[in-house]
Design a protein around this ligand. Structure first.
Ligand SMILES: Nc1ncnc2c1ncn2[C@@H]1O[C@H](COP(=O)(O)OP(=O)(O)OP(=O)(O)O)[C@@H](O)[C@H]1O
Ligand SMILES: [Mg+2]
Length: 255
C-alpha cells in the first residue's frame, strides 16, 4: 500500500511553492524529503495532510482518495503529521498532551460512557500505559507532569513526535524531527523509528540532518523551488549534481 501524490500544486501570490509534485510513498517504508530552506517541504506536508487546500492535484492513501478531506479524516484514514514548530497544548502537562493525541476513545461518546464502563476503564488504562511507554521512549518521564509550554525546544520536538506515535497511524509524516535534539538521542530515535517501521509503521521524514536521515531511509526525494528534482537512494541522491547545485543556492540546472 502507498501514499500517492499526483500533480499537487499550491501557489501564493503567483509563486508556485509546491509545483506539480508527483511521488509515491510506500506505507511500509521510511522515506526522506530533503531540500533547501523555502523549497516547499512543509507546505507539501500541509497539502498531503489537509491543513491547507491544494490548488490542484490528488492525494490518496491506498484505495482511499483524500482530496478535500480535513486533517482529522485523513488521520482516521491512517496518516498523521508533526509540525516543524511544535504545537503542544502549552497549559496541559506533557502526559496530558500525549493522552489527548490517542485516537477516539469509547469514553468520549455518551453511549460508551453509560453502556460499557468496564470497557472505558480498560481503554483508559491502555492509553495510560501507552503514554507511559512513550514518555519513557522519548526520555520525557521526568517532565511528564509539567506544563508542556515550559519544555525546552528539543523536548517540544520530542513531544511532537510522541503525539504522532500515540495516534497509532500507519503512516507518520515527521517535519524535522531531529531539529534541536542532541546527537545521542537522534541515534536512539532513529533506532526506534527503525523498530516501529519493522512493526509496520511507515514514515515520511523531512530533515536537514542529511547524515542522520541517510542512515534512516531507503529512498529520498529532493525538493527545490516547489519541484521534485531528484529521487532515489540516499547515496545516489546526495551525489547528484542538480541536488548539490540546489543546496549551493544558485539552482542553475536544477531549475
Ligand atoms: N501561507 C503562506 N503565504 C505565503 N507564502 C507562504 C505561505 N506558506 C509558505 N509560504 C512560502 O512558501 C515557500 C515554501 O515554504 P515551506 O515552509 O514549505 O518551505 P520548507 O521547504 O519547509 O523550508 P524549511 O526547510 O526552511 O522549513 C516559502 O517561500 C514560504 O515563504
Ligand atoms: Mg519546513
Amino acid at each position: 500500500m502507498s501514499l500517492e501524490i499526483s500533480n499537487l500544486t499550491k501557489a501564493y501570490g503567483g509563486l508556485r511553492v509546491v509545483d506539480d509534485v508527483m511521488i509515491s510513498v510506500p506505507t511500509t517504508g521510511i522515506t526522506g524529503i530533503i531540500g533547501p530552506n523555502g523549497a516547499g517541504k512543509s507546505t507539501l506536508f500541509s497539502l498531503i495532510t489537509g491543513f491547507i487546500e491544494a490548488d490542484a492535484g490528488h492525494v490518496s492513501l491506498g484505495s482511499v482518495a483524500l482530496d478535500g478531506l480535513p486533517p482529522y479524516r485523513r488521520a482516521r484514514a491512517g496518516m498523521v503529521r508533526t509540525f516543524q514548530v511544535p504545537r503542544e497544548y502549552t497549559h496541559l502537562s506533557v502526559r496530558e498532551n500525549l493522552a489527548a493525541a490517542a485516537p477516539d476513545q469509547t469514553g468520549e461518546s455518551l453511549a460508551g460512557l453509560f453502556l460499557t464502563p468496564g470497557k472505558v476503564r480498560a481503554e483508559e488504562k491502555a492509553v495510560a500505559e501507552k503514554v507511559a511507554a512513550t514518555l519513557d521512549f522519548l526520555r520525557l518521564t521526568r517532565v511528564a507532569d509539567l506544563a508542556a509550554g515550559g519544555l525546552s525546544g528539543g523536548q517540544k520536538k520530542l513531544l511532537e513526535l510522541g503525539r504522532a506515535l500515540m495516534t497509532g497511524a500507519r503512516l507518520i509524516l515527521l517535519d524535522e524531527p531531529f531539529a534541536g535534539v542532541n546527537p545521542v538521542l537522534i541515534e536512539e530515535l532513529s533506532a526506534r523509528i527503525h523498530e516501529l517501521n519493522a512493526r509496520g509503521t511507515g514514515f515520511l521524514i523531512i530533515e536537514h540532518d542529511l547524515g542522520a536521515l541517510s542512515r534512516l531511509v531507503s529512498a529520498m526525494h529532493v525538493m527545490d523551488r516547489g519541484r521534485i528534482i531528484a529521487s532515489g537512494t540516499p547515496s545516489a541522491v546526495l551525489s547528484d549534481t542538480a541536488v548539490r547545485e540546489a543546496y549551493l543556492g544558485g539552482g542553475g540546472k536544477a531549475a
